[in-house]
Design a protein around this ligand. Structure first.
Ligand code: SF4
Ligand code: SF4
Length: 446
């Protein structure tokens, strides 16, 4: 049967392939996911959201948090062992580069530090750091592709002096990744990452996690957490654990899972593979399982469908429906009306005009001709712009709007405001229009 390690490696390859490929996939010229501070745009599944339309972001954050809670309640720290970049890069560095390529470490014994007493091993260590640096700086670039499109990223970096901020981010993130993977190691998971602190709150007795079967294997630790000094065979002749320590040596966070669930455990399942091999040679099932407390006690399967997981699934489904609904309501044309400081102009003929600045964005993939009309008030005429004006696909335009009130001045104590609705519409596509409300100001009689 395929080991969990092999399954994890395949998962890592699929995740890496998807994460690297995703920024290069475009729909209608837009990325599947991009949060561009430069363009003030958010791309999701090919749709573009202007910075004013980020109403979809809260739903995505709810999805993210509820998704993490749901996954943890269902499968424990499955993210840490199977999807976290920290774990993936540690496997690449420790097990592939240092272990397989340079023979400095052993995958089956992660407790043993590399022997750096000889010059050749020091050179191998240096080469390992160079190789992992290539990976971490590439990863830093891939991370930035989700904020700066890859084509822009490479063109910006060809003129580094003009893009020092981007260069600084790329180098800082790459350096941090390198130091984290080579120096901080699993201490990041234990002492820095906040996720390990909250995991226990999200667990219940049906959560699938790494558990030592004490009833079969025998107690290794006392209730106070201290290891029994007496040998297992003496205190529990029936205990199946042979104290080979293979599950302990293989553990990347240097814990003994036989002491029970610990926050250091990243759910990598290396200990399960190790014990499966040892027990398999004796034709016995593994003593370290990926199961739940209830399943182990009752010798049954893990209960995935239960009230809590159903609740999480309902919240997730609701968030997806709301995010899709809000996303589909997004406008293809955006209009903002602002007023300059002068309130109005009184002309010699007694008419009054108001000036406005319009910010219009054509978010469609086609060039459009637009026109304006005033609704609600027949007496307000458009003096400027005259006729149609065009805006190229995905471009914004600033347009000066001048309105005139075609009515005799009235006697009033204060400046009076007349509400009106401005309609912007495409002369090519009748479905493409937007309406915004504003006010026309005219003076009281002097
Ligand atoms: S106890 Fe160690 S080896 Fe086992 S799953 Fe946890 S981190 Fe991995
Ligand atoms: S690998 Fe299995 S048999 Fe060996 S010490 Fe761990 S639990 Fe016991």
């Amino acid at each position: 049967m395929m080991t969990y390690r092999s399954k994890r490696y395949i998962t890592y390859l699929i995740i890496t392939f998807c994460v690297v490929l995703l920024p290069f996939i475009q729909i209608n010229g837009n990325q599947l996911f991009l949060l561009s501070f430069d363009r003030k745009e958010f791309h999701l599944l090919g749709a573009v959201f202007n910075i004013q339309e980020l109403f979809v972001l809260p739903f995505l954050l709810i999805l993210l948090f509820v998704g993490v809670f749901f996954a943890t309640n269902l499968l424990g720290r499955v993210w840490c062992g199977w999807g976290c970049p920290q774990t993936i890069f540690r496997v690449i560095y420790r097990d592939l580069i240092e272990g397989k390529i340079f023979g400095l470490t052993q995958i089956s014994n992660k407790q043993k530090a590399p022997d750096l007493s000889t010059p050749i091993n020091k050179l191998k260590k240096l080469c390992s750091i160079v190789l992992i640096s290539l990976c971490t700086f590439s990863a830093s670039a891939v991370l930035l592709f989700y904020f700066v499109p890859p084509y822009d990223f490479f063109s910006y970096l060809s003129h580094p002096k003009d893009h020092l901020v981007l260069l600084g981010f790329w180098l800082s993130i790459g350096t941090f990744f390198t130091l984290d993977i080579t120096l901080l190691k699993e201490n990041f998971c234990i002492y820095v990452c906040p996720y390990s602190r909250v995991q226990s709150v999200l667990y219940d007795n049906d959560t699938q996690t790494v558990i030592y079967d004490q009833r079969r294997g025998g107690a290794i630790y006392q209730d106070n957490g201290e290891k029994f000094h007496q040998s297992l065979r003496l205190r529990d002749p029936q205990g199946e654990c042979i104290e080979c320590q293979k599950c302990v040596k293989v553990c990347p966070t240097h814990i003994d899972i036989r002491a029970g669930m610990q926050l250091e455990c990243i759910n990598c399942l290396e200990c399960v593979d190790a014990c499966s091999k040892v027990m398999g040679e004796r034709s016995l099932p593994t003593l370290v399982n990926w199961s739940s407390n209830n399943a182990l006690q009752t010798h049954s399967k893990v209960r995935y469908i239960r009230p809590k997981t159903i609740g999480y699934m309902l919240i997730l489904a609701l968030s997806i429906i709301l995010a899709t609904f809000m996303g589909s309501k997004k406008d293809d044309v955006l209009l903002n009306i602002t007023r300059p400081t002068s309130l109005y102009t009184i002309h010699k003929n007694g008419k009054v005009s108001n000036e406005y600045v319009l910010f219009i964005e054509n978010a469609t993939p086609k060039d459009q001709n637009f026109s304006l009309s005033v609704l609600q008030n027949q007496d307000i005429k458009i003096l400027r712009p005259e006729g149609e004006f065009s805006i190229n696909a995905k471009e914004k335009k600033r347009v000066i709007l001048v309105l005139e009130y075609d009515k005799k001045l009235e006697v009033k104590d204060h400046d009076k405001s007349i509400p009106f609705t401005l309609k912007l519409y495409s002369t090519q596509d009748p479905n493409l229009s937007i309406q915004k409300e504003s006010v026309f100001i005219y003076p009281h009689k002097h």
